[in-house]
Design a protein around this ligand. Structure first.
Ligand code: SF4
Length: 230
């Protein structure tokens, strides 16, 4: 079946990414906080063998991609992954699942990064799923100053500085062009940080120009002005 460019674009926004050959798809499986249990892992292996070519890959942001899936099998892949609570997604012009480090078990971790990432995903990835933004919006979570998730390159990032207190960086970007984000003054509790993430998303939705990344919005309007609205 020949799909139009528009149909492929829609599918990409839902987590089904058309391959170079124009026929197969990579299914992006959301792995909350990069953590897969044994049952989920077995299902991913099973689905990869049944509908793909028997392997899967990891994305830079700790999600899974199952390549070589045919268009007619996309629904089956989605249904079978759902049996163990997994979903396809993590793409599109919306808040993306947060990318986190292992701060919950790492000796350097200053807060429970897995728990905080769960709260972020629940509130902003799932909660804002139908909220269309000017472009993707990435959240990085790092448990300490080592910044293993590259917090300076996130739209907004939390970085542990003291036990349960985080610094917040806004306006970073990775991709073809890179922008180093800047830190808001002060340190914040986790609950304050989550409220600031919400303000940043709302600000971006209201002030960003279509196609513009949040870093570009911050650059265009000015860090001082944007940070005064956080
Ligand atoms: S950012 Fe810090 S807490 Fe997180 S994994 Fe790296 S060293 Fe550990």
């Amino acid at each position: 079946m020949e799909l139009s460019i528009e149909q492929k674009k829609t599918l990409k926004g839902q987590g089904y990414i058309c391959s170079k050959d124009g026929i197969h798809f990579s299914c992006r499986v959301v792995i909350p906080a990069g953590r897969m249990n044994a049952q989920e892992t077995r299902k991913i292996v099973e689905v990869s063998e049944k509908y793909g070519r028997g392997y899967f890959t990891l994305t830079q942001r700790l999600n899974v991609q199952i390549p070589w899936v045919q268009y007619q099998d996309l629904e089956n892949v989605t249904r079978e992954l759902k049996e163990v609570g997994l979903s396809i997604g993590g793409t599109g012009m919306r808040v993306r699942p947060a990318h986190t480090c292992k701060g919950n078990i790492c000796a350097m971790g200053l807060f429970d990064t897995e728990d905080v990432t769960g709260k972020i995903d629940e509130r902003f990835y799932k909660g804002f799923y139908d909220v269309k933004l000017p472009n993707k919006f990435r959240i990085e979570v790092s448990g300490c100053g080592n910044g293993c998730t590259k917090p300076l390159l996130g739209c907004i990032s939390l970085q542990g500085r003291k036990p349960d207190q985080v610094a917040i960086v806004i306006g970073g970007m990775s991709g073809k062009n890179q922008v180093i984000g800047k830190e808001l003054p002060g340190l914040y509790s986790i609950s304050e940080a989550l409220d600031i993430i919400e303000k940043a998303i709302s600000y971006y939705r209201e002030n960003g120009i279509q196609g513009e990344r949040f870093a570009q919005t911050v650059e265009r309007i000015g860090f001082e002005t944007v940070s005064n609205n956080m």
